[in-house]
Design a protein around this ligand. Structure first.
Ligand SMILES: [Zn+2]
Length: 82
């Protein structure tokens, strides 16, 4: 993923980041063990993020996709191995 943190973002007005209105947690179920988990998000990092995080229950790596729409986070967890 390439980020341009200093580039003007046309979404900024519609998407107030970092002022407490964007979700900074989301619920999702682990794709390996099925355990529901609460993820801690960083809405200041951009309206669309992809990163890898380990499941706190089974320790296997998730490929996390996080998107915010009007400050509401939607998170998808996928397995690393395909
Ligand atoms: Zn798990």
């Amino acid at each position: 993923m390439v980020r341009f943190p200093d580039a003007p973002d046309p979404l900024d007005e519609a998407f107030p980041l970092g002022d407490g209105t964007a979700d900074d947690t989301a619920e999702a179920a682990c794709p390996y063990c099925g355990e529901p988990c609460e993820l801690t998000l960083d809405p200041g990092g951009g309206a669309h993020q992809e990163y890898v995080e380990d499941c706190p229950v089974c320790c296997r790596p998730w490929r996390v996709t996080a998107r915010w729409t009007d400050g509401v986070a939607a998170v998808t967890l996928e397995t690393e191995d395909e």
